[in-house]
Design a protein around this ligand. Structure first.
Ligand code: BGC
Ligand code: IFM
Length: 829
């Protein structure tokens, strides 16, 4: 079954590259290792022991199943089957949890949009395949139960989910209400359990947990099934081998089916469970349905049950999922890549993670509760950079949605709810970098698609209903906002924070409150950010190039002038001698300067000044990156700043609240590492770019997995830095801007396949000892097969480019008719 057996150094699993799966071979991983189900509207978190929960569109407002936070063990509650041997009373779970009965065999395969968990004990093998069919608002659990032994067996199966009463924060906190509102309906003949809490007043949605196999009983009341004083590892109905056929009235509704199987030696049964969300569309008190009896309309639920009673329909849905992912990933595939680690990340896992960050921003993971953040303005704009090549149409819609949360003065809501698409007023918009990321995502989208019409698309401002402004107007508003909000050095004001949420330079006037929202008055403060200055330099270069492409030279020149003004401020005030200063605090004192006691040098200002074109002609760019190498680089990645802050400083804010070595206080923040990688690419240093790339690459951490602990197949936000008590330990896996930016680094920087307004540019920056590689890239509906050769052991510099055998001048491949296939050969020499 497997292609790459587990290296002895990683006792927990291995990559199966041919199947695009990560195979986990024992359940007690150093942390729960997560996968996501779903790609459009319905999502599930699924750990390697079948833990997690499901929701439709919004992890906070439309939560289907419950998950308890800060639980012990941390991963408890999920998609459970209990298997009971009727003869002996032996009970176990194929995913090991929650009973943790020893298994004779366990395997979890996390794949693209699905997880397959197989557990066997005493001659009974159970396989559970969890996935969400493309375009459907439901998840399927395909169950296979086998008697692998020599004698007939009577096996009892209990399924289990615990329903969440839809609004997850309310569900977790408002028991005085929620313990009285839960309602269900059961259709035993159909194997269907309907969860209809809130239907009374809404009449428009419900959840369904169904079993396609005939059932011999059920439970919907948690106390009846589990027992008031029992845990999920000892549900009393299961231990007794007897369902209670309970109907929940308030308290805690669950869904559990009971199935009895007589299995002959060698016999296999296959059937599915389905967990669906049924939305019947908008409703209102005027709607006549409110006068109808309080029984849900099961038409859609029954149709789902009828469809998936046929196991062939389940298999067909899974085949569609596989084909969908093969198609998504086929837009970028590298072959003959000299390093299999880069290939497996670039071809599968990095792109796959980009889908998760695109869909979920920073909302729901093992480290994000789903009841906190929604979609982040800066995060979602950056997520588009690694996703746009896969599904440009979805990226387009996302850009328009994000832009619509901007206010007409340029302010952006820092976060918005995915369900309502409305900005979160509690968090507000004092992050003075947010608006600039919209320029980057829009330009990336246009470079990918050539779709200039998006710029003229009407997008209102959140404070001006019915406005006729355009997306281009938003980009101009964003640039003007930064130009308007500058401090004494002519550098952009920082507001509450810039990309570094924890650099709060306006906390000088009062004590910080407990959540570190800005305590000082942002308005009127003079704290400035060199990182935003660098980002502005980059954004204006992008916009200028866009205007040139649109042949709007006057606008291009106007933007170029603003770029020059900011560049001048940066070079005049932000150079510290060997690197760029990070910021100026509210008293006008430098942060991230050799004059500081701690926090002398930061990553972000080096990265963005270099990427924005500062230091290009005076040697500062190279020197800034050499300083990063000297002071911040470690084999586990680049540390955010050094020396770590050892004490709390009110004038610096949350960054100094973390113990040294963690998070923004001298942790290795993988996200901002990637900008330095791109900086080295810009300077043509392929060996360095690649060494740095590997330093944070999860697939390269298998050899030190006991220290690293997080999933080796997806990036983590943070690796503890050398000042930490646990250096090398990763945290906050999955939802991080590292995914998108690393894909940009590897695809556009190292492998050098760069979308431009005029076509694909080929400009790799790779390790000198790489002989070359081939990339298949689908771009503007044309398939390119690009072979790069490096006979002279160089890092950069395409000297010869042939397109379908004809040599061309320059390194941008001219446009080709959609549907064509183009062979490209590039040689570095
Ligand atoms: C956290 C930071 C984190 C940031 C993300 C803050 O509340 O404390 O560590 O990076 O949010 O937005
Ligand atoms: O830039 C932020 C991001 O928006 C959320 N995670 C942490 C980053 C750095 O503070």
């Amino acid at each position: 079954m497997s292609t790459n057996p587990a290296p002895a150094s990683n006792p927990y699993g291995y990559f199966d590259d041919a199947n695009r799966e990560y195979v986990i071979t024992r359940p007690d991983t150093p942390l729960p290792w997560l996968n996501y189900l779903g790609q459009d509207d319905f999502f599930g978190l699924c750990t390697n022991t079948a833990g997690g929960y499901s929701f439709w569109r919004d992890a906070k407002l439309r939560r289907l199943t419950r998950y308890r936070y800060n639980n012990v063990p941390m991963d408890l509650g999920g998609r459970y089957l209990y298997i009971r041997d009727a003869a002996t009373g032996d009970v176990w779970n194929p995913g090991w949890k929650p009973m943790k009965t020893a298994l004779d065999r366990y395997e979890c395969r996390h794949g693209t949009g699905y997880t397959r968990i197989t557990g066997a004990r005493d001659g009974i093998e159970t396989e559970m395949l969890f996935f969400v069919p493309p375009g459907e608002t439901l998840e399927l659990w395909r169950a296979t139960i086998r008697n692998t032994g020599p004698v007939p067996r009577k096996v009892q199966i209990f399924s289990f989910v615990e329903f969440c009463l839809f609004e997850a924060l309310n569900d977790m906190t408002n028991y005085q209400r929620t313990y009285s509102i839960g309602e269900v309906e059961v259709e035993p003949g159909d194997g269907a359990i309907y969860h209809k809490t809130e239907y009374r007043e809404r009449r428009n949605h419900y959840a369904l947990f169904g079993c396609a196999h005939p059932i011999n009983g059920y439970d919907t009341d948690r106390d009846a099934f589990v027992g008031v004083h029992n845990g999920l590892h000892e549900p009393q109905a299961v231990l007794a081998g007897k369902p209670r056929n309970s109907i929940a009235h308030g308290w805690n509704p669950i869904g559990s089916h009971f199935i009895e199987l007589d299995l002959k030696p060698g016999e296999t049964r296959e059937f599915a469970f389905v967990l669906a969300y049924i939305d019947q569309g908008p409703d209102s008190p005027e709607n006549p349905k409110f006068t109808a009896p309080f029984v849900i309309n099961k038409t859609k639920g029954r149709a789902i049950m009828a469809k998936y009673r046929d196991i062939a329909a389940v298999d067909d849905a899974f085949a569609r999922l596989r084909a969908t992912w093969a198609s998504h990933l086929s837009a970028f595939q590298v072959t003959d890549c000299p390093d299999p680690i880069a290939a497996r990340m670039a071809n599968t896992w990095n792109q796959y993670q980009c889908m998760a960050t695109f869909n979920l921003s920073r909302s729901a993971s093992m480290f994000e509760t789903g009841i906190g953040r929604g979609m982040g303005f800066r995060d979602s704009n950056q997520d588009i950079l690694g996703f746009v090549h896969m599904l440009p149409d979805r990226a387009r819609q996302r850009i328009l949605d994000i832009a619509a949360t901007q206010l007409s003065d340029g302010t952006c809501y820092h976060q918005y709810q995915p369900l309502t698409k409305k900005g979160n007023a509690e968090i507000g918009g004092d992050f003075y970098d947010d608006h600039l990321w919209l320029v980057l995502s829009t330009c990336a989208y246009i470079k990918e698609t050539g779709d200039r019409a998006i710029l003229d698309t009407p997008v209102g401002y959140a404070d001006k209903s019915g406005s006729r402004d355009t997306l281009l107007h938003h980009l101009e508003t964003s640039i003007a906002y930064t130009m308007k909000q500058r401090g004494p050095h002519g550098l952009p004001l920082i507001g509450h924070a810039d990309w570094n949420d924890c650099l709060n330079l306006n906390c000088f006037s009062t004590e910080p409150n407990e959540s570190f929202q800005c305590a000082g008055d942002v308005k009127g403060s003079i704290a400035e950010s060199v990182m935003i200055a660098g980002l502005f330099l980059h954004a204006t270069r992008e916009l200028e190039a866009l205007y040139r492409w649109l042949q709007r030279d006057t606008d291009a020149a106007r933007i170029a002038e603003q770029h020059a003004t900011m560049l001048d401020a940066v070079e005049t005030h932000a150079w510290d001698g060997e690197w760029y200063i990070r910021a100026f605090d509210a008293a006008g004192k430098p942060v991230g300067s050799k004059t500081c006691g701690e926090g002398k040098i930061f990553i972000e200002s080096q990265a963005w000044c270099v990427l924005g074109g500062a230091g290009a002609n005076n040697g500062r760019a190279r020197q800034a990156l050499e300083s990063v190498h000297k002071h911040l680089y470690t084999p586990d990645g680049i540390i955010l700043q050094q020396p770590a802050y050892s004490t709390y400083h009110l004038n610096l804010g949350e960054v100094t609240s973390y113990p040294p070595g963690y998070k923004e206080n001298a942790g290795i923040f993988c996200h901002n590492n990637t900008w330095i990688h791109l900086g080295w690419c810009q300077l043509g240093e392929g060996d360095r770019a690649y060494e740095y790339y590997l330093s944070i690459c999860p697939a390269a951490k298998e050899q030190q997995i006991e220290t690293y602990r997080c999933e080796p197949y997806v990036y983590a936000q943070m690796i503890a830095g050398r000042d930490a008590a646990t250096p090398g330990e990763a945290k906050n896996a999955w939802l991080t801007g590292t995914a998108a930016w690393t894909f940009v680094t590897v695809s556009q920087g190292i492998l050098g396949i760069q979308p431009t307004y005029d076509g694909l540019r080929i400009d790799p920056c790779m390790p000198k000892n790489w002989p070359g590689f081939t990339v298949r890239r689908v771009y503007r509906e044309v398939e390119y097969i690009i072979t790069v050769r490096n006979p002279s052991n160089l890092s950069k510099g395409v000297a010869r480019l042939t397109v379908d055998g004809r040599e061309i001048t320059g390194n941008v491949i001219p446009a080709a008719p959609s549907g064509s296939k183009i062979m490209v050969e590039a040689e570095l020499c």
